[in-house]
Design a protein around this ligand. Structure first.
Ligand SMILES: NC(=O)C1=CN([C@@H]2O[C@H](COP(=O)(O)OP(=O)(O)OC[C@H]3O[C@@H](n4cnc5c(N)ncnc54)[C@H](O)[C@@H]3O)[C@@H](O)[C@H]2O)C=CC1
Ligand SMILES: CC(=O)C(=O)O
Length: 282
């Protein structure tokens, strides 16, 4: 569903022409929300994107206004759906969607740091020469500049990086792992400068999350959810923590052990979100 009829028809046709490669999917598009009726999952990607030099948070009121139009229509046509938000700033817009939709918290999820964690694992992989899928580590908190790398948990086959290097990711680390997190934070800025937008990695990330939801997988993904009560966070703050996902949405948050520095960073991120939320015109 999109408001730009020609672009929408072009995207629909382009996808339909790939049908033979994707196991009998039925591909439909319309500018009328009726086409979304009875959805199990609605993925929301509409809205403006960052221009070079803009942060995700700069988009907040513009995209809140877009979601104010979209969310009520989606809920009207699919009252039992899970909403999966990708539009930026994704954490704040997940909060906004929860507020506007009136849905229970477990059915309003943001793509969050599933993408940042994938970028992190790719960058660990490049430095260690081990496949991304065998590099285990999480980025939590904001999908954006205040994201938190959980260095205390990064491991390869159970071998903890912090056991090999006590100052991993900290100031004064001789291996400068902190730079790996900076690369994750700067990744979208760099791609946007080069090609104007990001698309493939977020598409793959959303595919993984949707697959978890529709196959009732009980797999764990760092996605945006309400983290009130977790790690000392107070208030209805939506940020990413590792979550168990299944057919009915977000089943549980995994309470990772965090060190003091990681918890402080997460609380700082949460306070920033609360400040921005307070200024939004819903
Ligand atoms: N969470 C993440 O990791 C990522 C988030 N994004 C975000 O996704 C959003 C979209 O980015 P792009 O796809 O690159 O932008 P785009 O400009 O290619 O697509 C946005 C689409 O939204 C549509 N739209 C705008 N208002 C609408 C409305 N009221 N109803 C229906 N459709 C509407 C536009 O017609 C357009 O087709 C941005 O906010 C961007 O920052 C993009 C990449 C990664
Ligand atoms: C645009 C964006 O949020 C990303 O690619 O991370």
């Amino acid at each position: 569903m999109d408001t730009m009829a020609d672009k929408l028809k072009g995207e629909m046709m382009d996808l339909q022409h790939g049908s033979a490669f994707i196991k009998n999917a039925k591909i439909q598009a319309s500018t009328d929300y009726a086409v979304t009726a009875g959805s199990h999952v609605c993925v929301v990607t509409a809205g403006v994107r960052q221009r070079v030099g803009e942060t995700r948070l700069d988009l907040v009121q513009r995209n809140t206004d877009v979601l104010k139009k979209i969310i009520p229509e989606l809920v009207k046509h699919s009252p039992d759906a899970i909403l999966l938000i990708a539009s930026n700033p994704v954490d704040i817009l997940t909060y906004v969607s929860w507020k506007i939709s009136g849905l229970p918290k477990h059915r309003v999820i943001g793509s969050g740091t599933n993408l940042d964690s994938a970028r992190f694992r790719y960058m660990l992989s490049s430095k260690l020469g081990v496949a991304s899928t065998s590099c285990h580590g999480y980025i939590i908190g904001e999908h954006g500049d205040s994201s938190v790398p959980v260095w205390s948990g990064v491991n390869i086959a159970g071998v903890m990086l912090r056991d090999l290097n006590k100052s991993v990711g900290q100031e004064g680390d001789p291996e400068n792992w902190k730079d790996t997190h900076m690369k994750v934070v700067n990744a979208a800025y760099e791609v946007i400068k080069l090609k104007g937008y990001t698309s493939w990695a977020i598409g793959l990330s959303l595919t993984e999350i949707v697959r978890a939801l529709i196959t009732d997988s009980n797999t764990i993904h760092p996605v945006t959810t309400c983290i009130k009560g977790e790690h000392g966070v107070e208030g209805d703050v939506f940020l990413s923590l590792p979550c168990v996902l299944g057919r009915h949405g977000m089943y549980d948050v995994i309470r990772q052990p965090l060190n003091d520095h990681e918890r402080e960073m997460l609380l700082k991120s949460a306070n920033l979100m609360l400040k921005i939320q307070a200024d939004i015109k819903l």
